[in-house]
Design a protein. Structure first.
Length: 586
């Protein structure tokens, strides 16, 4: 049967997909409590979920070959390869219809097809968008219920513009990586995903809709869809300012979005931990909404010390995926709390595991899915239909060397260059080798739905429309000393860096020029009650012109991939940086 890559009405589309995938039943989700109770009951009965200690806390174990996003199986099916750009896998529409659509044939036989309408963004916001995901995975439905505003509320938004929604078709298929594809059709606002039940591959609202499809819509309509957390920061007795920060997957966005400030009197407000949709307001500032309603956070490393607020949010109504379980049925993961000597757990694959075992008990990409409103630092701005004004944009990478703790871009245009040349060591969030340095412009490498050269031009266009552009910074919490030790403690201590940024925004903080940008002067960062040696402080801010020149060579090779499509302003920033570095080296 021909694939429905057209803007057909919802009911027609559902029946076309059902004719091809042949589910036994169709369930239209309304988002009610009764529906959720029935879903959970059915999943407990067939073993898809297990109950954990605590109110409404569940565990799901995914197939061991399906534990992370699979970037090599993710495609953009735009009409030409050039539109997808050099950093995306491309498949033509015809190829997808020949290779992927047949995999959906009969794929839902014996299963229920859930029709899941969801709203991305606050209720009543002009910036919110509707999507509908068809899926044969009740676990995916349970996640979408937490991650989005799902059911009736989305249909009410849709009523205003009935054909304007993103169409996602998802089937677990046979879960084989050989028959796994995540294909995006930006021109038809459609997503097909088959063969995976995990995270960004399967919760189509998140990476597929809110980033890959939305980035294309944002370019056409003049806004930005970004892989950024949004956090409000209020100094003692001062005014709250909002910061948007782009870090690659599993580099601490969730932790920064809800940090417990190590400085007294500071207050944090969590607006989002993964995605920001930003538009130019009538006041010439950048305004952001969080399209999501929940978090799909990385569990390992989350502890009372590193992220108290996340742990508090995880007290009740949580879906855990691929964590380990202690004898008292509490979830456990590496870095959570110490175990008793020789304590036995059940690992993420359901096998007995003894404390100190050589392989991890929880999968390194184990996750929690939880409503954002359960976070003690969610104070309501994430529901504001207008969004929040952004005073600062932060780009951050995981770099054991080279990049200082923080530096400020010299201008918004230089900030675009800093974002475009962001590089970071890979993590367990995607399949593949961990710890390999790769360019990840604006942390969007796996998520930009079109040619990134055009994406940088779009950033420049937005920049020109901003009368009060945010200041742009780069951070690196992960720099290591000669013995491999982390130089900066991170987490709640990061407030010291945010405080300096807000001072800079207010025109107060003191900074000194370096070839790469502005850094705090000695004494510019508030380091009171912190045991940071002078040596470590100078290592944190060391800028080696020779190493940076090598970095610019690497970046030049990366940027060259975009050919003529790069904005000239970006190339000019690159040349000026090289000149400043050469002058510093001589
Ligand atoms: C995520 C990711 O799940 O970036 O947020 O991989
Ligand atoms: Mn992410």
């Amino acid at each position: 049967m021909a694939s429905p890559l057209r803007q057909v009405a919802l009911d027609t589309w559902v029946s076309l997909v059902a004719q091809h995938t042949r589910p036994d039943r169709i369930h239209r989700c309304d988002g009610s409590e009764a529906e959720a109770a029935e879903l959970h009951r059915a999943m407990l009965a067939d073993g898809t979920l297990e109950e954990l200690a605590g109110q409404s806390r569940y565990l799901h174990r995914s197939h061991p070959s399906d534990v992370a996003r699979t970037e090599h199986l993710t495609f953009i099916a735009s009409p030409t390869r050039e539109q997808a750009g050099p950093t995306n896998n491309h498949m033509t529409v015809e190829e997808s219809e020949q290779k992927v659509w047949p995999l959906f044939e009969g794929a839902m036989a014996g299963r229920t097809m859930y029709v899941v309408p969801y709203l991305m963004g606050p209720v009543g916001s002009a910036y919110s968008r509707v999507g509908v995901q068809l899926t044969d995975s009740p676990y995916v439905v349970a996640n979408l219920r937490i991650m989005t505003r799902m059911g009736q509320v989305a249909l009410e938004h849709l009523a205003a513009n009935p054909d304007d929604f993103v169409r996602g078709i998802h089937s677990l298929g046979d879960l084989s990586p050989d028959r796994r594809f995540v294909v995006h059709f930006p021109q038809a606002a459609t997503i097909w995903s088959i063969g995976s039940g995990y995270g960004g591959n399967a919760l189509l609202s998140k990476k597929c809709h809110a980033l890959r499809i939305a980035s294309v819509q944002a370019r056409a309509e003049g806004w930005l869809a970004e892989h950024m957390l949004i956090v409000g920061v209020r100094p003692p007795g001062g005014q709250r300012q909002y910061i948007a920060a782009a870090f690659p997957s599993a580099c601490g966005k969730t932790n920064l979005a809800m940090l417990v400030p190590a400085l007294p009197g500071w207050e944090i407000e969590t607006v989002g931990d993964d995605i920001a949709w930003m538009h130019v307001g009538a006041d010439g500032r950048l305004w952001a909404i969080n399209p999501e309603a929940g978090m799909f956070g990385v569990a390992p490393g989350t502890s009372l010390d590193t992220n108290l607020n996340a742990l508090r949010a995880l007290d009740h109504h949580v879906l855990f995926t691929n964590v380990a379980v202690r004898a008292d049925r509490s979830p456990w993961w590496e870095g959570k709390e110490p175990l008793r000597p020789a304590e036995t757990l059940v690992d993420w694959q359901g096998r007995p595991w003894e404390a100190g075992g050589s392989s991890p008990a929880a999968h390194p990409n184990a996750r929690f899915t939880v409503r954002l409103s359960q976070c003690p630092t969610a104070r309501g701005a994430h529901e504001d239909p207008r969004g929040v004004p952004i005073s600062a944009i932060v780009f951050g990478g995981r770099r054991a060397s080279l990049a200082p703790l923080v530096y400020e871009a010299r201008s918004f245009t230089h900030g675009i260059y800093v974002g475009a040349t962001l590089a970071s060591e890979t993590t367990a969030a995607a399949t593949g080798k961990v710890g390999v340095l790769r360019n990840d412009p604006m942390a969007m490498l796996p998520f930009c739905g079109y040619d990134m050269g055009a994406y940088f031009r779009h950033w420049s266009t937005i920049g020109r429309r901003l009368r009060e552009p945010p200041k742009v910074f780069h951070v690196n919490w992960f720099r290591r000393g000669p013995e491999g030790r982390c130089l900066w403690p991170g987490f709640g201590q990061n407030i010291r860096v945010l405080a300096w940024m807000l001072d800079r925004v207010a025109g107060r903080g003191v900074a000194r020029e370096t070839p790469i940008g502005l850094v705090p002067t000695p004494g510019g960062l508030d380091l009171t009650n912190m045991n940071l040696s002078d040596d470590d402080l100078s290592r944190l801010f060391a800028i080696d012109a020779g190493e940076w020149l090598e970095e610019t060579n690497r970046n030049a090779a990366f940027l060259a991939r975009f050919g003529e499509g790069l904005p000239r302003s970006l190339l000019a920033e690159h040349r000026r940086l090289v000149e400043r570095l050469e002058a510093a080296r001589n």
